[in-house]
Each structure stands twice: as C-alpha cells, then as structure tokens.
Ligand binder design. Sequence first.
Ligand code: ASN
Length: 500
Amino acid sequence: MKKKILILMLALLPIFMLGAKNSSSSTSSNSVPATTTSAGQKATPKKSKYIIASDSSFAPFVFQNDNSQYTGIDMDLIKAIAEDQGFTIEITNPGFDAALNAVQSGQADGMIAGMTITDARKETFDFSEPYYTANTILAVKNNSKISSYEDLKGKTVGVKNGTASQTFMENNQKKYGYKIKTFSDASSMYDSLNSGSVAAVMDDEPVVKYSISQGQKLKTPIEGTPAGDTGFAVKKGSNPELIEMFNNGLANLKANGKFQKILDKYLASNSKSSTDTADETTITGLISNNYKQLLQGLGVTIALALLSFAIAMVIGVIFGMFSVSPIKALRIIATVFVDVIRGIPLMILAAFIFWGIPNFIESMTGQQSPINDFVAGTIALSLNSGAYIAEIVRGGIQAVPVGQMEASRSLGISYGTTMRKVILPQAARLMLPNFINQFVIALKDTTIVSAIGLVELFQTGKIIIARNYQSFRMYAILAVLYLVLITILTRLAKRLERRM
Ligand code: ASN
C-alpha cells in the first residue's frame, strides 16, 4: 500500500516538476581555537552509554546527507572522540532548542550542535574546551537591498530559538528598530527568508557560508560579529567525566591530525553534500532520494495515530461512562479530566510531558527520564483524544431517550445490565461517525507533537527541506501523503460503519 501511495503522489504532482537549477559559489569560514588539554590522556566512562543531543539541520556541523544519515563536523567529531576515549554514544537530533531542553531535563547527557559558549549558558551548562570559533552573520536574499543593520529598520529578521544569534539580535533590537521572528528550526527560517516573509536571518557564519557554497541564493552584506567559541556541553554539574573525555579526545584528534581531516572534509571549498544522487529540484528526484526516509516518517505517524487512538478509546469510554454515572463523584472526576485536558493546547501538553515532568523528576530525584519522544507524544495524544472521546461517549449515551433506562430499570433490570444491553448498543451506532472524525483529527494532530523533536512524517519533511530548501515541492508531497493516508483510513472506517 505504501508503494501505491507514492505512485499516486507521483501522478498527482506533475505540476510541480519544473526544475530550478541553482548556481554555486564557495566560501568557508574557519577558525580553530587553541586548547590546553594535552594529548595522550584517557578518562573512564561512568555510564554504559551516553545520549548526545544535537541540532537537526546546521550544516556543516550537523545535517542529513542524501542517505538520510546525520553527518557533519559535530557528528564525525563526537563519534571520533567516543572511539578515541572508548565510550559508547547514542545520538539524537531533535533540533537546537529541543536539544537544549533535552540536556536540561536529563533526557540527554550531553549536546554537540555548533553550540556557542556564552556566559549566560555557563550558568546552566558546563562546557568542554572550544573546538571551533564562529561569527554570527546576517544573511539576505541575493537581490536584497539591505546592506547595513540600519537598513533593517521596520523589517523582520528571523532567528532560531535559543541560539546565540537570537540573543545578539535581541540585544540590538532597540538600536536598529527591526522586528524579530523566532523559528524552531533552520528549515522554516530559511524558507521564510526565501519566501520573503522575513527580510533577513541571523545565523552562524560557517552555516550561512556553507549553504551559499551549496547553491543557496543568499548573500552576507555585513561583516560577521564574533559570537564566541563553540563547545560540547553537559548540564551544569552532571557527567563531568564526559567533558573530560571530550577534552582528552579532542586533544588526541588534534595531535594525530584527525580533527583537521574532519574539518577539511566539510569545509574545503569544493566539498559538496550531494553526491551521485538524483536532482532534488524535481518531485521525482525528491521522492527517489527520500522515499525511505518518508516511509519511515509515515510509519511513525501511523503507529503514533493508531496506538494513541486505541489508548484514547479506553480513556474516553471510561471517562464518558463516568460522566453519565449516577454517582456524583465519578461525574465530577470526568468533568475535571475533560475540562483540564481540553483546556490545555496539545503542544503544551506534549512539551510538559516530555520536558516539564522529567525536568521536575530529575531535579527532585536526580534520576534520568525513561520517557522518549515517542512515548511522550503517545501519552499527550492519548490524553487529548481521550478527553474528546469521553465527550462523544457522553453525548452518544445521552442521545438515547431517558425513557429507555427508566423502563428497563422499572422491570427490575440493573443499571449495569441496562447500560450494556440497552443503552450502549444504540449509543455506539450514534457515536461511530464521531469516532471516525476524531480519528482523523488525531492523525492530523500527530504533526503537532513534532514540536518535541519526534521525527514523524511532518518532521521528516522539514528535515529534508533543511537539506535541500525545496519547501514548495516537499510540502506538496507531504500534503498529498496525508491526504491519501486519511482518505484511505476514512474509507476503511466508513466501510466498517456500514457493516455495523
Ligand atoms: N551557534 C548556535 C548557538 O549556539 C548553535 C545552533 O544554532 N545550532 O546558539
């Protein structure tokens, strides 16, 4: 069926197949600060595995290559250091802001994401020795007339949330009178620049220069401003051995030339992220290069929707029954549950479960959270749909005339039996179309939980766009994929409805 979806998508989208070739230029900004740790040292790992969080698209430091693998300076560096020092790592790539949160809430042990060492961050993070020095720089479209910060007056500048560039722009906002728009990831930020909804973006110089070298039609009219050194970070006071191992490993890699090799691999002016894969400026090229990744994302979306909906049905039926119960306490519990969950936006619920609660537990007990993004997303979606289903169940039961309950009870049949044998069978038929409706909503809501870094279909698309900037075609592909998926599922559900 998955194959069929892709074929259908191909058939529906010939209109987007016009290609736009990009021109290419090359530049690199490159500086390695001196470090003091001497080579030849080794520290002992204390954990069997360290979870390292990173950005999702911050080329050349971290980005997905054409095979959907995360590569870049930071990825190669941390792997080489782990190998050198003999510790095991698992890397997650939820995005910069999400990575900051993951480390702070104890979901990750450390983070490497071209992270600037700032005084403010030193309050909450411990840093390794620096491995790179980067400026922060303003990027505008090739044809933009902006040539100074003064030209930004009244215009909107994009920044990525939680970044050093954001701090820089905020500190200078009064002086130059621009507006700031904050983005959760690079792809939406650069998309907005391309589409003209922001006049400029601020980002790290090597990143901007790299994207220009990869064919992005951008320019940097103003000299970059030193943002500081780049380092590896852990939550303040935690995993000191990880910092020690990073420093030792960095010193060794510098001494044996491997570090320079990693830099050269990504910063040499002729380095290209694309190799012998298809042209990504067409729909067919996009699909043939990324279908594996898209199917994976689709799989996560379907699993998330089905699993959370099944749990939501259980929650919803329980609370729905509570809300029509003759026992007042149960009715109150149901009302409170529905009101609380319906009153909290899904995104905040997901963030609270994934970051908030673990952060709280960690600060109380020092224990790391066992909840991963999929589990947190499933819980949030289940609670959310559960509240709506509870209302559907209540409505369905109440739509059955009260006379039926009274008649049955007057015949001496118990409340439970009347419910099971008389009311629920009729109510279920009334509820079914609403359940289907709720399922479609739940499936679409899976896109919302991508905010916690969960790589479902939407997030997969955003990651691909971050690599190739093909937002028009990629979002069209995503829209068609969701459309096909939802149409198939609703058709199936309708058939089921008819059978019942
Ligand atoms: N240099 C940026 C910062 O430290 C990192 C990033 O955007 N990944 O804020």
